[in-house]
Design a protein around this ligand. Structure first.
Ligand SMILES: [Zn+2]
Length: 185
């Protein structure tokens, strides 16, 4: 599959599958972060999830996605799958994705977006305070991690993704996130 087609399909999963779920979950008091498990060959979703901190502060979007995925009675092997995170994973989620066996990870919004536009500095603070680092290494023994935004910027026609990105950013900005007692604050 061409990179442009792959990027388009991942943005469609965010627009049409993750965001509708997130928009419901945010109304229940959850945060905006979501994830999806996709088939590597077709980029169709096997499972999507969204933050469920109302149930547990550990149920970030990625953890919720993984919990839903591993409850499937029959599921593809993670060798045949890609993990998609709407936001670059925090230390807990990055490790969870590695423990789950995923080898290819994509995300849309980077740590800086999460800190500035989404008002969530704790992800980066945990990397710094617990591990003296600014995030996960993009290439590591467990997985390769790719930025959708960076791939779009390097693609043949970055403008072709403008409409989808604009819609996604507006829908995230429109959600009102309930207050939450974050650790370390
Ligand atoms: Zn997380």
């Amino acid at each position: 599959m061409r990179l442009e087609e792959k990027l388009e399909k991942m943005l469609d999963v965010i627009r049409y599958e993750i965001l509708p779920l997130t928009e419901c979950e945010v109304k229940r008091g959850n945060h905006v972060f979501g994830g999806a498990v996709l088939r590597s060959d077709t980029l169709t979703s096997v499972m999507v999830g969204s933050n469920n901190r109302v149930e547990s502060p550990l149920f970030h979007g990625e953890i919720d996605t993984l919990n839903r995925f591993f409850k499937l009675p029959v599921r593809p092997h993670t060798d045949e799958l890609i993990f998609l995170a709407t936001h670059d994973p925090c230390p807990m989620c990055a490790a969870a994705v590695a423990w789950a066996g995923f080898k290819e990870v994509w995300f849309l919004f980077g740590y800086k977006d999460v800190e500035s536009e989404f008002g969530m500095p704790v992800d980066l603070e945990m990397y710094r305070e617990l591990f003296s680092t600014g995030g996960v290494r993009k290439e590591n023994k467990f997985f390769s991690k790719y930025s959708i935004k960076e791939a779009i910027a390097e693609s043949a026609d970055p403008d072709a993704f403008h409409e989808a990105l604009d819609e996604i950013e507006k829908r995230y900005a429109a959600m009102e996130v309930a207050d939450f007692a974050y650790p370390g604050t």
